[in-house]
Design a binder for this molecule. Structure first.
Ligand SMILES: [Zn+2]
Length: 153
């Protein structure tokens, strides 16, 4: 399992136990390289879903990829791993039960942004800036100010 913090491939399982409702196996891991600790889950996958990316590229739905980008966005923001897991599980369930064999990656990006918006505005801005690929500082400033305005309401 690759370390979400330094991308080192070598991590050790420190602890392994079922979640409270026994729907998943929770593993505490530690990166051999940077020492970071993180949690992984082994879960039932209801069905295979293909993600359609820009340029018509296709790949299998991969929860881990969403986890990594959300973990990066939430880094040092004090958002609990539990809330992050809930957000991603919610998205995964939505994707798997929608009944569509293919889902646009843009749609998943929007779901993640929608979820992060509720969790942490900085994480939301971070994710959106990568996801929307802001090419100019001006784009970013505009977006950040709309988030700040929304937070005031
Ligand atoms: Zn690491």
């Amino acid at each position: 399992m690759r370390c979400p913090f330094c991308a080192n491939d070598d991590t050790q399982v420190k602890d392994s136990r079922p979640t409270e409702d026994s729907s998943a196996i929770r593993r505490r891991r530690q990166c051999v390289s940077c020492g970071a600790r993180f949690t992984t889950f082994e879960r039932v996958q209801l069905r295979e879903v293909t993600i359609v990316k820009s340029g018509d590229r296709r790949e299998a739905f991969d929860r881990l990829k969403i986890e990594q980008s959300v973990a990066l966005a939430c880094r040092k923001r004090g958002v609990s791993q539990e809330r992050i897991d809930q957000l991603i599980s919610g998205i995964q369930r939505q994707v798997e039960t929608a009944g569509e064999p293919e889902v646009a990656s843009a749609q998943i990006g929007e779901m993640v942004m929608e979820g992060l918006k509720q969790l942490d505005s900085v994480a939301y801005i971070r994710f959106a800036s990568v996801y929307r690929d802001f090419s100019e500082a001006r784009d970013f400033e505009e977006f950040a100010s709309t988030v700040a305005d929304a937070a005031k309401e």
